[in-house]
Design a protein around this ligand. Structure first.
Ligand SMILES: [Zn+2]
Length: 282
């Protein structure tokens, strides 16, 4: 699943390529994906792209006051080309006056793509209620502290709960916790002030560096970049050696998700027990 670094790169490259482009026609392919009817999509014809934006997995094009918001779930794509998107998996196409086509497509068998046309992205139900984005200038140590103080989760659960903070998912949260030297099972409301500061620095550092590296990787193309295993410190590297201490990276299941961590760096050497399995044994 793409997260903040991947989708920021997509959003920035869309802005670069589409600045000033004018919509000639809108072709909806999937009626089920279109979540708004008023205004009709044809309201975009003749409008210029004035910007792009993103919150969590919602990416939008701004067209002189209207926002075409797309939710990019697993397999969702936004592409830019000179032909309509392939019929299979096509959700929507914006034909531009200069002949280019912005395509929204989704792969796989699950049909989860969703598109809204609104005058304010906050009117999209999933966007309203999202927590702050960790790379926003307003995301200070104090803001993080107040999110953590709400408790009610493991630290890993809190980082990936989009209502607490948005944009961080299962993959990058593993690396954020590793750099912060914190256990995924730590209680968020019990962190010491220096641990909160460390977690803040790690969020900003890991996500900012990932965004920079992924931007270089795709060289301005309108695609969702994909980080390779060697770009992660611990995520997806269970069984390999930790770059920092040489210990063997472990993984643990929390509900339906696999979390990777380094025992020496993060849990004082303790091996964490699967939470899913312990529930079955009880
Ligand atoms: Zn380590």
């Amino acid at each position: 699943m793409p997260e903040l670094p991947e989708l920021d790169v997509l959003t920035e490259n869309l802005a670069t390529h589409l600045a000033g482009a004018t919509v000639a026609a809108v072709r909806p392919y999937s009626v089920a994906a279109l979540k708004t009817v008023d205004p009709p999509l044809d309201a975009l014809v003749g409008r210029a792209v004035t910007g792009t934006g993103r919150r969590a997995k919602y990416v939008w094009l701004e067209l002189s006051g209207w926002y075409l918001v797309v939710h990019l779930s697993l397999g969702g794509r936004i592409s830019l080309g000179t032909r309509p998107p392939p019929r299979r998996g096509a959700v929507l196409a914006l034909e531009l006056a200069d002949g280019r086509v912005v395509g929204v497509t989704e792969g796989g068998t699950q049909r989860r793509a969703a598109v809204w046309l609104v005058d304010d992205p906050e009117k999209v139900p999933g966007v309203a209620g999202l927590g702050p984005e960790p790379l926003d200038p307003g995301f200070t140590v104090a803001v993080l502290g107040s999110i953590l103080a709400a408790g009610g989760h493991t630290l890993k659960g809190m980082l990936t709960d989009q209502k607490g903070m948005s944009g961080v998912g299962n993959a990058w949260s593993d690396d954020v916790l590793h750099r912060a030297r914190l256990s995924p099972f730590a209680r968020p409301d019990r962190l010491a002030p220096e641990e909160v500061a460390r977690l803040h620095a790690s969020l900003v550092g890991v996500l900012g560096e990932a965004r920079g590296a992924l931007a270089e990787q795709v060289r301005g193309q309108v695609v969702i970049p994909k980080a390779s295993a060697r770009q992660f410190a611990v995520h997806g590297r269970a069984g390999a050696a930790c770059f920092v201490c040489g210990d063997t990276i472990r993984s643990v299941w929390m509900g339906e998700r696999e979390t990777s961590y380094c025992p020496t760096c993060q849990t004082g050497g303790r091996i964490l027990a699967d939470r899913r399995r312990s529930r079955f044994l009880r």
